[in-house]
Design a protein around this ligand. Structure first.
Ligand SMILES: C[S@@+](CC[C@H](N)C(=O)[O-])C[C@H]1O[C@@H](n2cnc3c(N)ncnc32)[C@H](O)[C@@H]1O
Length: 454
């Protein structure tokens, strides 16, 4: 029987979808974060449950060849902020692990047997994010900007993050410096008092245009005039900034953004190019955070879809319309459905600014609206949030009987679950391809081709 606080020798033989190493000690699986396949370690057991246990590295007896000291040393905070669970191994080893995570999800969770395409690793495993959201907090009277430590609301101070452009580091450090100098009150989660909650920055990957969004509790508040002065200096210093927005979030909640945005400087949106289309994006609209990898995956989706000139294409959970619009020139009609109103406005304007006249976009719940439109689509593209599709969406997809379904997901487990449901109801999951949109982190994207069984 494994004992808590005791130390055992073991070899790491696999990695979980959370990024933990797995070894077996006395026939029991033990999960050990920060390890690599092939590590021989001395593991200290910290928690024992009935079927598995958790441990921490007490000593690395023999390091795995997958370890990469250079990558690990390039960031001083990844062990504290918890964002990069794969920073201690080479990028090649990370892609191998993520490919296994995708395959495992579809074969083991989904019980499916698709053909797996070659995993699409990123050309740029660092500095790829086009967006960052940083909480602001006051700890022992000191203002700090950073990321939440894993499974907590404790802010780990961050001056530089290897996943975001250097420009974001510079903008954040500029704001941080001025917030220290000026009297701007910081939101306190416990009391609900204070003004500034989060800094959120987004940059068009191709356009270079930057939006800075200050998430505040109210339009007026202690330090608002100082914050506005700070923003004026910020825009003078960084000419890439095309838009500064206040997002008002008065609620005592974990949700970062409130529903209301007020533009303080420049335009309400920024633009970027995605798959050759000019795309405008509002602060509340979803936009894939790794543009070049998203473009690669959308090209794979187009290859899987192989649309025909007479096809009706439905794009469910369409955001600002990026995927559907990238295929619109190949079909007769495009119908997109999305729940966030500003994203739907973006999608409509994105169609117009790219002279796409065969596209319509509807605002509301994907399953509900799709059901009410009574369409007979030839192809459905579905790209839901992490939790996957609602039952209503899946049932309405099944009854609309499209020739093909292209499922895109940032969560292979829920994608495999939904693909399994569709394959029990008249479709076959033919192909799956994983893509790394989120190097360093535990997250991985995938695209699935399902075809109707005729
Ligand atoms: C993973 S994003 C995909 C967006 C878009 N396809 C893209 O690639 O940019 C999921 C989208 O689903 C939207 N969404 C979430 N719940 C929804 C629902 N119940 N009905 C419709 N859209 C929803 C989100 O606002 C978000 O835009």
């Amino acid at each position: 029987m494994l004992e808590k606080n005791k130390v055992y020798d073991a070899e790491i033989t696999g990695l979980t979808s959370e990024g933990s190493g797995v070894c077996r000690v006395q026939e029991m699986a033990v999960f050990v974060p920060g390890t690599a396949v092939g590590d021989v370690i001395r593991v200290k057991i910290v928690k024992v449950l009935s079927r598995y246990a958790f441990g921490i590295v007490d000593e690395i007896i023999m390091p795995s060849p997958d370890r990469c000291g250079e990558r690990e040393r390039s960031c001083g905070i990844h062990k504290k902020c918890g964002g990069c669970v794969f920073r201690h191994i080479s990028y090649e080893a990370e892609c191998r692990a993520k490919n296994d995570i995708v395959r495992d999800a579809f074969t083991r969770i989904g019980g499916l047997d698709p053909e797996f395409g070659e995993f699409m690793g990123a050309d740029e495993p660092d500095r790829y994010r086009n967006k960052v959201q940083m909480p602001v907090a006051e700890i022992d009277g000191k203002k700090v900007f950073g990321f939440y430590a894993p499974r907590s609301h404790r802010v780990v101070p961050v001056e530089k993050c290897m996943l975001q452009p250097g420009l974001f580091d510079d903008i954040i450090n500029f704001i941080f410096h001025h917030v220290q100098m000026e009297a701007v009150s910081i939101y306190d989660e416990k009391t609900g008092y204070g003004l500034l909650r989060h800094i959120y920055i987004r940059q068009g990957h191709h356009s270079g245009e930057v939006m800075v969004c200050f998430v505040v509790t109210a339009k007026k508040g202690v330090g608002m005039p100082n914050l506005k002065n700070l923003i004026r200096s910020l825009c003078d210093r960084f000419k890439e900034i095309k838009s500064v927005v206040f997002n008002i979030n008065p609620r005592n909640t974990n949700v970062i953004l409130g529903d209301e945005c007020v533009t303080f400087f420049g335009s309400d949106t920024i633009t970027d190019t995605m798959c050759g289309n000019e795309i405008e994006i509002s602060p509340l609209s979803f936009y894939q955070i790794n543009t070049s990898q998203a473009e690669r995956l959308y090209r794979k989706a187009l290859e899987y879809a192989d649309p025909q000139p007479d096809d009706v294409l439905v794009d469910l959970y369409c955001g600002a319309g990026t995927i559907g619009l990238s295929m619109a020139h190949r079909v007769k009609r495009l119908v997109g459905i999305e729940i966030v109103p500003s994203a739907v406005e973006n999608a409509r304007r994105n169609a117009a600014r790219n002279s796409i006249s065969n596209a319509e976009f509807y605002c509301g719940d994907a399953g509900e609206i799709f059901g009410s439109l009574a369409l007979s689509p030839d192809i459905i593209v579905v790209d839901p949030p992490r939790k996957g599709c609602s039952e209503e969406t899946l049932n309405n997809i099944i009854s609309s009987s499209p020739r093909k379904i292209i499922m895109i997901s940032c969560n292979p487990s829920t994608a495999a679950r939904d693909a399994a449901f569709l394959s029990e109801n008249g479709f076959s999951a033919d192909k799956v391809c994983g893509a790394d949109f989120f190097p360093g982190t535990r997250h991985v994207e995938c695209v699935v081709l399902l075809t109707r069984n005729d």
